[in-house]
Design a protein around this ligand. Structure first.
Ligand code: GTP
Ligand code: MG
Length: 237
């Protein structure tokens, strides 16, 4: 018999962060299994749902690919309407999963929220001004909003109006995460510098989430990762 004390192996189980990620991953599968459905289009704050269900919203300049990204997340080509012409989405559109929340591992049916874009849009100026006011009020004051996903076209990077939106979200203490879209439009060699630049550009924004997602609704790149990020945001708290 050896007289050495028994060796206790170091604890190498998952960290709390790793556990959270595993839970989010297991929720993301059933959450994004089809079908999702359109609930309503909202044109005034008074029309927002009042059932206090958790929601995440997709925001960004017109034409960055918000509606396409929602379609890619749920795997349905035409749940949200998309177009080549900036200004396609003109209402705050709510979507929900058809499946029962209990089977999703969530306490209530969540909402995905597709917003009209900001910046140039092929629509009358008064209409664009009205929906811009609406999305700003919505973003600042919506308690149900767990995370905002702020989309940036990877080819163009962050513009002045993106920084304005981020300043507003910082002030309102609304948590948001940047997503670089249309990554399929970049050359492979351009991708890393683009991500680094986006990370550097968001550095002064206090409410920005540390990770930047990189996606293509066309090739599916980054969609699985984004599904997990959405599930994690909905599970949070
Ligand atoms: P608004 O509602 O007008 O603000 O636009 P949006 O941000 O919802 O953009 P939408 O999803 O309508 O997409 C705008 C255009 O970009 C469409 O022609 C899409 O097909 C195209 N698009 C969106 N995502 C991608 C992508 O990942 N890759 C490529 N190549 N094109 C994309
Ligand atoms: Mg849209």
């Amino acid at each position: 018999m050896s007289d050495h004390p028994p060796v206790v192996p170091p604890f190498d189980g998952p960290t709390p962060e790793e556990e959270q990620a595993t839970i989010a991953q297991s929720v993301a599968g059933p959450l994004f299994a089809r079908p999702w459905q359109f609930v309503k289009g909202v044109v005034a704050l008074s029309g927002l749902p009042t059932d206090r269900r958790a929601e995440v919203a997709f925001v960004g300049r017109s034409n960055v690919g918000k509606s396409s990204l929602i379609n890619a997340l749920v795997g349905q080509k035409s749940l949200a309407r998309t177009s080549n012409t900036p200004g396609r989405t003109q209402e705050i559109n709510y979507f929900e999963p058809g499946a029962d929340a209990k089977t999703l591992g969530l306490t209530s049916q969540p909402y995905l929220v597709d917003l009209p874009g900001y910046g140039y849009a092929a629509a009358p100026k008064s209409k664009v001004e009205a929906w811009t006011r609406l999305i700003n009020s919505y973003l600042r004051g919506r308690a149900e909003l767990r995370r905002v996903f702020l989309l940036i076209d990877a080819r163009h990077g962050l513009k002045a109006n993106d920084h304005e939106t981020m300043d507003m979200l910082d002030k309102a203490a609304v948590s948001y995460q940047l997503i670089l879209t249309k990554i399929d439009k970049l050359k492979r060699t351009e991708i890393d510098p683009t991500i680094k630049k986006a990370i550097a550009d968001k550095a002064r924004h206090v409410a920005a989430y540390p990770d930047v997602c990189v996606t293509s609704s066309q090739t599916g790149e980054g969609i699985e990762t984004l599904r997990t990020a959405v599930a994690a945001a909905l599970l949070d708290r």
